[in-house]
Every structure is written in structure tokens, then in C-alpha cells.
Design a protein around this ligand. Structure first.
Ligand code: NAP
Length: 486
């Protein structure tokens, strides 16, 4: 197979600002690495504040015309993006794997998922509606007019280099907003490729701008401080989310925050264990565990603990680790050395406090940022991994004996993104649905992400929803007009 980098020509490894692909004003660049080898795969432009503001100039200038573009036309451009991504799926997937590390099969899944946001919001673009009603006391009418919020700033993480941008850009464009995306410095190539595809299908200049930078703090804060920016949508850690919320407050920006998670996956004694095992494997291992909705804590009811644990450990131990582009690999490289070191520390901490390693638990030597699938049992309450986001292929298993006990433990976290429950008892499932403080829940399912469903968290996991009909509302303001009519 050819080099995955061939799909992104050197002239497109630069900033996408208005109708130009250009270097940073300073000429600075930074290196992007293949996390499986540690080797540099490309150099991209390293934007500074002046470049970020140039992108905002373009997004602001394009705003009125894009907002006035007929919804059907905007919809068709989103459909064209969906088609182009689907037709070029293999190229995009290989680029994702190269810069992010996930196995190719999972990268293909991300392309299908990411592309689907364009199809979904192409369909939503022509369904934006206001209301007309009679004031309850009579005498006048109430008209509501939805309007695009204005130029949006997007900050995205490295774990889904395409999908996390797609689920912001697609609804924003559907609503009539223009955008500036700052992708994670570790995975900027996929977003540049998306911008190139959107240029090719005819999205007008200035509507999709991409600013790659190693100076995220400086560049993003300048964008948020500029009164032309009207919306911030951020996906990333809760820690950085808090910083950006404070900055957004000065300009009273609309914000959407997709932040960290600490999902509990609960296996009840009455569950179909085959279903629970499949669900736990997906919820833990999708994206190498580097997912905000990854199962971070696995609670198993005492009567099935032994059987579930033995079968789960066997499946985890059978996974093959390697370069994501190689055939037959289930578990690719983690994003960087810091990530491997953090996971190693969390495992050591749990073991120090009394946990036992059933599978994995030892980082390998050699190049690349690998960590083996790992299962821990007898994990004590105070182990740090039960509170921290593991963000890797490590599964702590904890037993429970009552629903009240496990609910209290599951909710004992600042996060509230998702939970998973495996049971054949409908009433029990509903009690967990009502009792778990999360924005989302998988019931007898480990895979919940779907562009047609509202994705998002409560508590410190975030504000707002992405996907579904709710996703486009995040990009619309409402003007209410009172019309005198005695
Ligand atoms: P991160 O460190 O918060 O970084 C996310 C993005 O923010 C990157 O583009 C990063 O740029 C940028 N950034 C960092 N510091 C910044 C600052 N001071 N000002 C402006 N931008 C800044 O998170 P990550 O490690 O990339 O991603 C993992 C986290 O994302 C996890 O916590 C995960 O749970 C969360 N996540 C949540 C969802 C969800 O939908 N809820 C989905 C996926 C991931 P640089 O790359 O240059 O540092």
C-alpha cells in the first residue's frame, strides 16, 4: 500500500484561511508523529495569534453570505461532503491511523461515523423552523425566528481526529454559521484533509477555516477575546474546558462543552453474560480505551463476578497489539509517552493498594507508545484509577452486592457522561436509567455513539448536546417578535 501521507499534498499541510492554504506568518512549523513508531510523518504550519485572527477575519466576512445561502444549497454541500468522505474512506482512515494510532478497522468506523454527521445535518439544514402563535391574552402574535449564532471557534481533541470536528462543523454549517477549527496538535492532518475535501466539493472560502498550532492557549484565547466570535464548542478534558469557559465568560459566548468521563459499566447477576461480555469489550476497548465514553470502572454483581471476570480476562488477553496499519491488530499505539506513563502509574498505584493483575500490566520495551490490554481485580475504593480517566486499555473490575451500593459508587464522581447497565430485568434497567447521573446510558449495549442521538454529559462532563436535532439548536439563536394584532 502507498504512503498514507500521499493523500495530503504538502501545500495542504498548511493553514486553511479563507480561500488560501498558507504558511504561518512567522513561517514556523511543527512535527506530527506516528505514535506507533515515534517517527515524524509531516510538518504542519504552527499558527500564532496573527494567523488565528486572520482566520476570524475570513469567517466574519463570509458569515452574512453563508447565512443567506438557501438551506437547500447548504444541505447539498454537506451531502457532497458526506459522499466525498465515504468515497475516500480508505484514504481518510489510513491517515487517521497514521497520526493517531488506532487500528485501521476502527479508523474506518470513525470515517463512517464522522461522515454520517454531514448526512444527518444535511437533512436538518432544511428543517430549521420558528413558531407563530397567539399570545394567551390575545391582542398580539408571537413569532420566533431562528438565526445562526455567528462565527464559531472549535477546539478538538486527538482521539477522534475526524469525528470530533465533524460533529461541530456539520451542524454549524447547516445552521448557517462559519467556522474556525483548531485541531489537536498531535492529529492535525485529518482535519486539514477534511478542509481540503470541503474545498473540493465547493464549500465557499471562509466558511471552514483550520488553524493548526502548538500554541493553543495563546491562539484560542485571542479568538475568544474577539467580539466577532459568537460561539465556542470544545471537546477535550474537563481541566481545559474549565479554563475555556472562564475565557468565554468575558465575551458572554454561547458554549458547548464535551468534556471528560468516568463511565461505570454495571453487570447485574441476571444479565445475559454473552451480551454483557460483548458490551464490556466494546465499551472498554473501542479506540484503545482512549475515549471519553470508555468504561472506566466495571462493577460486577457478586454471583457472576467469577465467571464474568474469567471470560473477560480471556478475551482481553487474546487481543493482538501492534501498528494500527498492520493486518490483524486489535490494539494500536497510545497517543504519546505521557499517556503510557500515566496509565503505568495508575496500574502501579492500584497494585500498591492491593489490586491483582490478571492480564497485562507491564509496558513493553521498544519504540512506539504501547500498553497491553490489562485486567485488574480486587481494586480498592481508593485506587486513583477509579476517579481518574484511564484513557487506555486497562479495566478495573469491582464487585457489588446491591443496586443502592453500586448506584452510589457509580455516581460518586464529578463526571456524568455515560453509564452502561447489563440486566434482563426491565424495572431494574429503568431504575438505573433514572438513578444514574449521566447524560447517556447504554442498556445491554456497549456502543452508544450515533449522529442521530443527542451526545453529551451532565455535571462536569459538559454542557450541550452534539448530534440529533438538538445538535443544530446549539448553533441557532432565537429572535422573538411581538406582532400587534388586536
Ligand atoms: P485536552 O488536553 O483538553 O485538549 C483538547 C484540545 O484543547 C486540543 O486541541 C488542545 O490543543 C486544546 N487545548 C489544550 N490546552 C488549551 C488551552 N489552554 N487553551 C485552548 N486550547 C487548549 O484533551 P485531549 O487530551 O486532547 O483529549 C482527551 C480528553 O478529551 C479526555 O478528557 C476525553 O474524555 C475528552 N473527550 C471528550 C469527548 C466528549 O464528547 N465528551 C469526546 C472526546 C474526548 P493541543 O493539542 O495543542 O494541546
Amino acid at each position: 500500500m502507498s504512503d498514507p501521507m500521499n493523500v495530503l499534498a504538502p501545500e495542504h499541510r498548511r493553514l486553511r484561511i479563507g480561500d488560501a492554504w498558507r504558511d504561518a506568518a512567522s513561517g514556523a512549523t511543527f512535527a506530527v508523529e506516528d505514535p506507533a513508531t515515534g517517527k515524524t510523518i509531516a510538518e504542519v504550519a504552527d499558527a500564532d495569534v496573527v494567523d488565528g485572527l486572520a482566520a476570524l477575519d475570513m469567517a466574519s466576512k463570509a458569515m452574512a453570505e453563508w447565512a443567506a445561502t438557501p438551506p437547500r444549497k447548504r444541505s447539498e454541500l454537506l451531502t457532497a461532503t458526506y459522499r466525498a468522505l465515504t468515497e475516500r474512506s480508505e484514504e481518510v482512515a489510513r491517515l487517521i491511523t497514521l497520526e493517531m494510532g488506532k487500528p485501521l478497522a476502527e479508523a474506518r468506523g470513525e470515517v463512517a461515523y464522522g461522515a454520517e454527521f454531514f448526512r444527518w445535518f444535511a437533512e436538518e439544514a432544511v428543517r430549521v423552523e420558528g413558531r407563530y402563535s397567539t399570545a394567551p391574552a390575545g391582542g398580539y402574535r408571537i413569532l420566533t425566528v431562528p438565526k445562526p449564532v455567528g462565527p464559531c471557534v472549535f477546539v478538538t481533541p486527538w482521539n477522534f481526529p475526524l469525528a470530533m470536528g465533524a460533529r461541530k462543523i456539520a451542524p454549524a454549517l447547516a445552521a448557517g454559521c462559519t467556522t474556525i477549527t483548531k485541531p489537536a496538535a498531535q492529529t492535525p492532518l485529518t482535519m486539514l484533509f477534511l478542509a481540503r475535501i470541503m474545498e473540493e466539493v465547493g464549500v465557499p472560502p471562509g466558511v471552514v477555516n483550520v488553524v493548526t498550532t502548538k500554541r493553543a492557549g495563546k491562539v484560542v484565547s485571542a479568538l475568544l477575546a474577539d467580539s466577532r466570535t459568537r460561539k465556542l464548542s470544545f471537546t477535550g478534558s474537563t481541566e481545559v474546558g474549565r479554563v475555556l469557559l472562564r475565557q468565554a465568560a468575558d465575551n458572554v459566548l454561547r458554549t458547548s462543552m464535551e468534556l471528560g468521563g468516568n463511565a461505570a459499566l454495571i453487570v447485574c447477576a441476571d444479565a445475559d453474560l454473552d451480551v454483557a461480555l460483548d458490551g464490556a469489550m466494546v465499551a472498554k476497548m473501542r479506540n484503545i480505551g482512549e475515549s471519553c465514553i470508555a468504561a472506566n470502572r466495571i462493577y460486577v454483581e457478586e454471583p457472576v463476578r467469577e465467571e464474568f471476570t474469567a471470560r473477560f480476562a480471556e478475551r482481553m488477553g487474546a487481543l493482538s497489539v501492534g501498528h494500527g496499519l498492520d493486518d490483524g491488530v486489535d490494539v494500536g499505539a497510545l497517543i504519546d509517552e505521557a499517556s503510557v506513563a500515566k496509565i503505568d502509574e495508575l496500574v502501579a498505584d492500584a497494585v500498591d493498594r492491593g489490586a491483582r493483575v490478571l492480564v497485562g500490566g507491564e509496558r513493553p520495551d521498544g519504540p512506539g507508545h504501547f500498553y497491553p490490554p490489562t485486567v485488574l481485580v480486587d481494586v480498592p475504593e481508593d485506587a486513583r484509577m477509579l476517579e481518574a480517566e484511564i484513557f487506555g486499555p486497562v479495566a478495573p473490575i469491582i464487585s457489588f452486592t446491591s443496586d443502592d451500593e453500586v448506584l452510589a459508587k457509580a455516581n460518586d464522581t464529578e463526571h456524568g457522561l455515560v453509564g452502561y447497565i447489563f440486566t434482563r430485568d426491565l424495572q431494574r434497567a429503568l431504575r438505573f436509567t433514572e438513578g444514574l447521573d449521566t447524560g447517556m446510558l447504554g442498556i445491554n449495549r456497549g456502543l452508544i455513539s450515533d449522529p442521530s442521538a443527542p451526545f453529551g454529559g451532565v455535571k462536569q462532563s459538559g454542557i450541550g448536546r452534539e448530534g440529533s436535532h438538538e445538535g443544530i439548536l446549539e448553533y441557532l439563536d432565537l429572535t422573538y417578535a411581538a406582532i400587534d394584532l388586536p
